[in-house]
Design a protein around this ligand. Structure first.
Ligand SMILES: C[S@@+](CC[C@H](N)C(=O)[O-])C[C@H]1O[C@@H](n2cnc3c(N)ncnc32)[C@H](O)[C@@H]1O
Length: 330
């Protein structure tokens, strides 16, 4: 039993370049559009945790319900030998803890490797697990890393099955073609017979979607506007946050809830690291979030196209959300 934390991110110029490039491309587009992953520094990850506690944010509440009701199904699947639970974008790991606790009570032999780009999230998660499960047999190795750098660092043990968790509807932040590319890359990093368990938010009444992404307490607005702080910090920009507001809505053409930041006035923002200035017209909208809403058919097609066989679909009582378990086929 051990509880370790490793930072694989320090001094990674590549990730800074990647960030700068994504901001340059997104702000140069017409209409302006920035990818959702840019928001996730330590504070971004903390605000996301606040979102998961909102009563009206059904993706988190429904996935919690799935974890509470279906732990035995997952346990039956992995319990034949020792195994490793790898979690991509673990965040605060609260849902996963329901599963880990059940594995511990069932006396299973397993390791847990949470991976997240946010150092703060991983440090907090490892120290929470250490204080809660120190008497258990579970070994924990938290990695502050990009998904695939983390997976590469783990190294493969073909005799030990992996179950890779990718929860919280994070896959919805990708367009379907990007999700397929991501899942193929994940398939290449895993062994035949490994499992993946992925959280998909399902298509439902657009008014329910609207309510989930426009909370009256303004946490979603804080989350999206935080992106401006991140760009100010990382690239020396001069965004003035109070000159922007946020709103989210379902777009039937893209099948995604899209969040937009609106510039409340005409303004020019300069970004030192890009040596550039960007003009915003009054009420110009810049997209900052994309959360695709899946149908079951699309999920099954995605599995087949990216090298997996569906093992089981787990639903909440309303069928608002699905955690789908797939086996890697090579
Ligand atoms: C939508 S949140 C989900 C958090 C958690 N899994 C949940 O279900 O509540 C996405 C998480 O992925 C992390 N993340 C985003 N991009 C990442 C990347 N490229 N590599 C590793 N982690 C990433 C973020 O820091 C954040 O904690």
């Amino acid at each position: 039993m051990s509880f370790e934390y490793h930072n694989l991110r320090s001094g990674t110029a590549a990730s800074d370049d990647q960030f700068a490039q994504a901001v340059l491309e997104g702000l140069s587009r017409q209409p302006k559009c920035l990818p959702s992953w840019l928001i996730f520094d330590d504070r971004g990850s903390e605000i996301f945790t606040e979102i998961t506690k909102l009563e009206g944010y059904h993706p988190a509440q429904c996935e919690f319900e799935i974890f509470r009701s279906h732990t035995q199904t997952v346990t039956d699947l992995v319990s034949k030998g020792s195994f490793t639970v790898v979690e991509l974008g673990a965040g605060d790991g609260r849902k996963t803890m329901v599963l880990l606790e059940h594995f511990i009570q069932s006396r299973l032999k397993f390791d847990y490797i949470p991976i997240d780009i946010s150092e703060g999230a991983i440090k907090n998660l490892v120290s929470f697990l250490e204080s809660t499960f120190s008497g258990s047999e579970m070994s924990v190795r938290g990695l502050a890393a990009d998904y695939f750098d983390g997976l590469a660092a783990i190294g493969g043990n073909e005799n030990q099955r992996n179950i890779v968790l990718f929860l919280g509807s994070t896959i919805g932040n990708m367009k379907i073609a990007e999700a397929e590319q991501f899942l193929r890359k994940l398939n290449e990093a895993l062994n035949s017979g490994d499992y993946v368990m992925i959280g998909f938010d399902l298509m439902k009444h657009p008014k329910i979607l609207y309510a989930a992404y426009n909370d009256p307490t303004g946490v979603f607005e804080t989350f999206n506007l935080h992106l401006l702080d991140v760009i100010n910090d990382r690239l020396g920009a001069d965004f003035i946050k109070r000159h922007y507001v946020q709103q989210g809505q379902y777009n039937p053409r893209t099948h995604a809830v899209e969040s937009y930041i609106f510039s409340t006035r005409e303004q020019v923002v300069s970004i030192e690291a890009l040596d550039s200035e960007f003009y915003f017209a009054a009420w110009e909208a810049m997209q900052t979030e994309h959360s695709y809403k899946y149908t079951q058919h699309e999920i099954e097609t995605l599995a087949a196209h990216s090298g997996y066989e569906v093992v089981k679909h787990l639903f909440d009582a309303n069928h608002y959300f699905m955690d789908s378990i797939w086996e890697v086929k090579k």
